[in-house]
Design a protein around this ligand. Structure first.
Ligand code: AMP
Ligand code: ZN
Length: 472
């Protein structure tokens, strides 16, 4: 397997540290309804986990939920997003966090994303945060100001490396407004003090004053506690590179003599009709908006996986329609497999694969040799998660039902679950109709066609024989 590693700016062979591949995913800030762009990263990292599993790796993945400390600026200025959400809805930030955490997790399930092994809420790690700040203060990596405790970036010689930052430029640019107690322009808060009169409901006493952790700290402390440094793969959005991940790396340098992660992978942004997703443009579509227009979460997932996580993806409803049709086409092919259509090269021993038991038997038959079509599909995603290439192989190869099961496991597109098998009774009717057609008993054949149509099964007669399709 190869992955593009932001750390080295190279495609690298993936070599795990130990038996279990440790992955950390920077999760959402749970303060408002997510738009469709917010699911991109999680869908691509779901593909990452599924690809690792398909290659036989065991995976332990931690996802955090940011419920405190993420300011509107992504830096140290602005309002805490949770407090802002609370003011907007007249609720407490804890209620806001509970509500939107559930929205996110429910929608991950709708997108059939494998649940993370640990879902870590930032506010459950406050004691670990305080211990980390203690350590940074004691070792001179952090210093106290009236505004909070700041990380001294000049103490970390590699600070600029990860994002290829120009620190001199940053320092020069910051000089005009550089009136606070920060020692260097890039220094960032690991802990913020709540000033007298400042409204901030989420607060913890530390260093003799009320305060709350800086946004970046939670990821360092959660990784240390739940996975241990170094981890194998750290994931995030490209927007995390210059500030959030750079600062996570700096913190973890102060807290451990081991690197934070061996591979860093970042996903790029989705645009809509060529525009940035933003409230002012009115294009912050949610999964529910797509559903209202007749597109399921699986159609959207299909659309995401038709592209590459590193490319800027431009969403249009036309391209979503294309994704929906392509997925339905795959489902129709699966339906054909259920009929035991020999042209699909069904590997299930020539038995009509219509009976549901066939699927189970195939799956339960133990280690079966992987058919080469699936091998080629897996090889494509092994190359830096190139699902687009894998999809082209799927379009152009004969797949058996057993291949489709593996494809479904690899991409999590609910292809089989959404393609109902037919009951043995219906299957018998289809066979009987074929026999009637062969015997040129068209009256009987039409009669059966109507009987099937009444059960939402559409029979089409093709040059290769008749095939059925389930119509919803
Ligand atoms: P936000 O809630 O707007 O801060 O977004 C949370 C995270 O979702 C960001 O840090 C990005 O990594 C990701 N994200 C936001 N907008 C998009 C987008 N249009 N496409 C892909 N990812 C996005
Ligand atoms: Zn993070």
């Amino acid at each position: 397997m190869r992955l593009y590693n932001t750390l080295t700016r190279k495609l690298e062979d993936f070599k795990p540290i130990g038996d279990i591949v440790k992955i950390y995913t920077c999760g959402p800030t749970v303060y408002s309804f997510p738009h469709i762009g917010n699911y991109a990263a999680y869908t691509y990292w779901d593909l990452l986990v599924r690809t690792l599993k398909a290659n036989g790796y065991n995976v332990k993945r931690v996802l955090n939920l940011t419920d405190v400390g993420h300011l509107t600026s992504d830096g140290d200025e602005g309002e805490d997003k949770l407090e802002k959400g609370a003011a907007r809805e007249g609720k407490s930030p804890f209620e806001i966090a509970d509500f939107y955490s559930k929205v996110y997790l429910d929608n991950y399930a709708k997108l059939n994303l494998l649940p993370a092994d640990i879902v870590a809420r930032a506010t459950d790690y406050i004691e670990e945060d305080k211990a980390a700040v203690d350590k940074m203060l004691a070792s001179g990596f952090a210093y106290e100001t009236t505004d909070g405790v700041y990380y001294d970036t000049s103490k970390f010689p590699g600070y600029a490396d990860f994002a290829r930052l120009n620190l001199e430029g940053l320092q020069a640019g910051a000089r005009v407004e550089f009136s606070n107690e920060k020692r260097n322009a890039a220094d960032f808060a690991v802990w913020k003090f709540i000033q007298p009169g400042e409204k901030h409901a989420m607060r913890w006493d530390y260093l003799g004053r009320p305060g709350y952790p800086g946004w970046h700290l939670e990821c360092s402390t959660i990784i240390q506690k739940e996975l241990g440094q170094p981890i194998d793969i750290h994931t995030g959005g490209v927007d995390h590179i210059p500030v959030h991940h750079t600062n996570e790396i700096a913190q973890s340098y102060a807290l451990s003599d081991k690197p934070l992660a061996n591979y860093w992978i970042h996903c790029d942004f989705i645009t809509i009709d060529g525009e940035k997703i933003s409230k002012s443009l009115g294009n912050t579509y949610t999964l529910e908006d797509l559903a209202e227009r007749g597109y399921s979460p699986m159609d959207y997932k299909m659309w995401l996986l038709m592209g590459h996580y590193q490319g800027t993806r431009n969403f249009t409803f036309d391209s979503l329609e294309g994704a929906k049709n392509r997925r339905n086409n795959w489902r129709a092919r699966i339906a054909e497999c259920y009929q035991g259509d020999t042209s699909t090269g069904d590997a299930a021993g020539g038995t009509p694969a219509g009976a549901p038991a066939t699927v189970g038997e195939t799956a339960a038959a133990g280690p079966v040799e992987i058919p080469s079509a699936f091998n080629r599909i897996l090889a494509a995603v092994n190359e830096n998660l190139n699902s687009a290439e894998a999809f082209a192989i799927i379009d152009n190869s004969d797949l058996t039902l057993s291949d489709w099961e593996k494809v479904d496991e690899l991409f999590g597109l609910k292809l089989i679950a959404d393609t109902p098998d037919v009951s043995a009774e219906v299957y018998d009717l289809i066979r009987e109709r074929e026999a009637a057609r062969e015997a040129k008993d068209f009256a009987r054949s039409d009669e059966i066609r109507d009987q099937l149509a009444a059960q939402n099964i559409l029979v089409r007669d093709t040059a290769d024989g008749s095939i059925w399709q389930y119509i919803k």
